[in-house]
Design a protein around this ligand. Structure first.
Ligand SMILES: Nc1nc2c(ncn2[C@@H]2O[C@H](COP(=O)(O)OP(=O)(O)OP(=O)(O)O)[C@@H](O)[C@H]2O)c(=O)[nH]1
Ligand SMILES: [Mg+2]
Length: 207
């Protein structure tokens, strides 16, 4: 798989301002193999909670978070209503349910597990699956379980290779310790907003 092409622009879902701040409605999803920590990242982000117990996600769960986003190059401050879709990591369901889950996705938080190298390879089919439904969308990569550095199965070169492949940025995260969770979602929100506000959507930029 070569480098990703530029993403086509598409329409906006902008609501009229209620409190003088424009609201951007966005659907993002977390994808990655079983047990990488998708549900834990969302739990930490939305509820600031964590559990060591592993309960695999069956089907999907949607959470919502309202975040301020600034796009400095456009001089814009926005409110993003982010719907966060937690998808189960079972590859078998992909073809069956992808239309239902990935329709309208505007951004992907791709998650891998620092202690299992195969989760890097697993990511490819996840991203292809989302993009087969939603088209090209911005991606942010979370290399999760950074608290288990002593069990790391790969290092920076492998991470940077996969980040290059998907033309995305990444952070090392720990849902357990709460490391880089806010930052990861915030940076995903920013790249998604930037894409949604691309030049082909000039209507949005009117005062
Ligand atoms: N040490 C450590 N464990 C973590 C971290 N994040 C998640 N876990 C553990 O990893 C296991 C799997 O976490 P989940 O959040 O359920 O993983 P998932 O990706 O949602 O899994 P599926 O829903 O089955 O696809 C659980 O036992 C979590 O406690 C982390 O940052 N550090
Ligand atoms: Mg889960």
């Amino acid at each position: 798989m070569g480098l990703r092409r530029e993403m086509p622009s598409r329409g906006l879902m902008v609501q009229p301002p209620s409190d003088n701040v424009e609201t951007l409605k966005t659907k993002v999803c977390l994808v990655g193999d079983l047990e990488v920590g998708k549900t834990s990242l969302i739990r930490r982000y939305v509820l600031n909670a964590f559990s060591d117990a592993y309960l695999t996600t069956l089907g999907t769960k949607v959470s919502k978070k309202v975040i301020p986003v600034s796009v400095p190059e456009k001089g814009l401050e926005l409110r993003m209503d982010m719907l966060i879709w937690d998808i189960m990591g079972q590859h078998g369901f992909q073809e069956l349910l992808k239309d239902a889950y990935f329709y309208g996705v505007r951004g992907i938080l791709a998650v891998v597990d620092l202690t299992r190298k195969e989760t890097l390879e697993g990511l490819r089919t996840w991203i292809e699956c989302v993009e087969s439904v939603a088209g090209r969308v911005p991606i942010f990569l979370a290399v999760n379980k950074s608290d288990l550095q002593d069990r790391a199965a790969y290092g920076t070169p492998e991470i940077e290779a996969i980040a290059r492949e998907f033309a995305c940025e990444y952070l090392m995260t720990s849902a357990k310790l709460g490391t880089n969770i806010e930052e990861s979602f915030q940076r995903l929100a920013t790249v998604v907003a930037r894409e949604q506000l691309s030049d082909s959507n000039p209507a949005y930029l009117k005062p």
